[in-house]
Design a protein around this ligand. Sequence first.
Ligand SMILES: Cc1cc2nc3c(=O)[nH]c(=O)nc-3n(C[C@H](O)[C@H](O)[C@H](O)COP(=O)(O)OP(=O)(O)OC[C@H]3O[C@@H](n4cnc5c(N)ncnc54)[C@H](O)[C@@H]3O)c2cc1C
Length: 452
Amino acid sequence: MAVRAEVRNEQRKRIAVVGAGIAGLTAAYELQKTGCEVTVLEAKDIPGGRMAEKLEGSFMKYTGATGLFRFYKDMWDLIAELGLSERLMLYPKMGSGIANNTKETYELDFNQTLGMLRHPALSVATRLRLASLIPDFLRARSSVDPCLIHTAAAFDDESMADYLTRKVGTDFLENVVAIVYRNLWAWNVEQASKAYFLMIYPHVRNRPSYTFSTGFGTLTGALAGKLDVRLNTKVEKIGLGDDCEGRSVICQGPQGRYKLDADIVVCGLPGNKVANVVADQTPWEKTFFADVPYAQYAMVAYVLKQKPAQEFDIRTFHTRAHKTPISFIKTFPGSERTGDPPRLWLVLAPDRQRHYLDQDGSNLDRIARHWAKQFYPSLEQDLKDVHEMHKDYIIASFPPGQARKVRSLLSTQEAGPKNIYYVGDYLGNATTGGALAIGRRTARKIVEHWVN
Ligand SMILES: Cc1cc2nc3c(=O)[nH]c(=O)nc-3n(C[C@H](O)[C@H](O)[C@H](O)COP(=O)(O)OP(=O)(O)OC[C@H]3O[C@@H](n4cnc5c(N)ncnc54)[C@H](O)[C@@H]3O)c2cc1C
């Protein structure tokens, strides 16, 4: 249900939203609807953050997300409210492909449930023990919102790896679960929590995923179109306002450096960037933002001159038993009709990055190219362009204990009026759906605290 409140003009709150990712844009949109005066400040030249798409020459470069799940309830509501539902389409192959554990090759498919009972890479004992997860799934389903990690804090007592090894078996951990999390989330299962597993897994398995027929930036583009978004405007510092009233935001934009005064700031920066920008932090903020875990995602795309002669329909996941540092290889044959070039994607395994990748990811192409040539020998001759899609610490992660930390941050943030509020995927569930949910929830809290 949309929040509405009548606000007299002289009482209009001036709100600066820092960062035009889906979390910041959603909060901005909800607050603007209540009559607040909202300005969004975004460092990049497009809105959307890790949900935007950007054309680099003829190459569509994703900044992050490519698929949406049905359990993103707030997102589905907002898509309908903006009249964008017709633009959603099924994204059938997300998370599926062929897995290879050096002994067997088998189909990996999010949409399989009963398939687990005849899974070639699981022992009979493991298949039977899978039933032991059902009571925990049911308990989690009845109390947990899959977009909000703090609602799973009661389950936050061990790692995903310990939990699944104890309850089911290492073959299930290595041959099914670890593959999904190391490739789609860039996480090691040892550094991910049981709370996250119980919160998300029942909702992504056996459920279709979706994308937009008009490009992944459709939703963030529509939101930005309704707001005052200042692009190319990097926020350098968010400090206390003059006389300690509100907040002052120091920006570097196309017109130079300037200060924006706001009654309230909504900080939609990635959690690992907050500490460098927000000054005058209280002890609860300092404790939390000193260490917000994000995983490094390293992925490279090789664009080819023409469709290769060799078979070119590969979606191969490697398990951790594999010796290569590459965990996922995917090919796109391209299309002569649309001019979409054939290309090859490689993802570096998170558990191998430490041994292969420089801290800043500067040697990504060299490493990926070396291994790519093992299954695509004519790469050098056929290569047109190289796009390092990602190599930064850009996936929010939830190691054991993080759900409880988020619960504690949110209970302080939501307890009463503040002049700064935080939104972002690191407070949701590391996806667009969670980032949007926390943006919407926080906007409603601000209205409760300040406007009504
Ligand atoms: C490779 C990858 C694949 C993913 N796949 C999926 C998927 O398929 N489905 C899914 O649901 N989720 C996926 N995700 C996760 C999803 O993209 C993010 O969780 C979500 O987009 C984060 O939104 P956000 O608003 O919290 O942060 P962001 O989108 O990062 O927004 C933060 C914004 O702040 C801006 N900013 C930073 N510093 C400053 C500054 N100093 N001044 C002003 N602005 C600043 C940034 O430019 C950015 O626009 C994926 C992520 C990655 C990286």
